[in-house]
Write a new protein. Structure first.
Length: 126
């Protein structure tokens, strides 16, 4: 008799557990169906997104290549400008050496001659 009661109690407990779990299992089933629908929709959208990403990445690659070429061109321009500035400075220094000294000597001589004429002029006035 104790065995029969134990068996009935175990069966009742299992029945209660099954009844309690039925709504959870039904919700799990609904969730699985919704997830399946979502995955199918996502799968349908992955192909166009993948194509768009490929197109965008190719365009970005082209833009980056163009930027790289322009940067190289700017670098060449800066180098050319720097070289021109150096040559101009060298030219200026050479010009100063060739012209400044003779001009200074000429100005000195001219100043001396003018001063000499002024002295002679003062002498003849008195």
């Amino acid at each position: 008799m104790i065995q029969e009661i134990s068996l009935v109690l175990i069966a009742a407990a299992l029945l209660v557990l099954v009844i309690i779990h039925v709504p959870a299992l039904l919700q799990f089933r609904r969730t699985a169906r919704e997830m399946e629908k979502f995955m199918e929709g996502a799968r349908m959208q992955i192909a166009p997104l993948s194509h768009d990403l490929t197109v965008i990445s190719q365009e970005i690659k082209g833009v980056l290549t163009s930027i790289r070429r322009q940067i190289e061109s700017v670098e060449e321009g800066v180098d050319t400008f720097r070289d021109t500035a150096r040559r101009l400075r060298s030219f200026e220094e050479e010009l100063m050496q060739r012209i400044e000294r003779p001009l200074l000597e000429t100005a000195t001589i001219l100043s001396g001659v003018i001063h000499g004429f002024e002295v002679l002029k003062r002498l003849f006035r008195c």
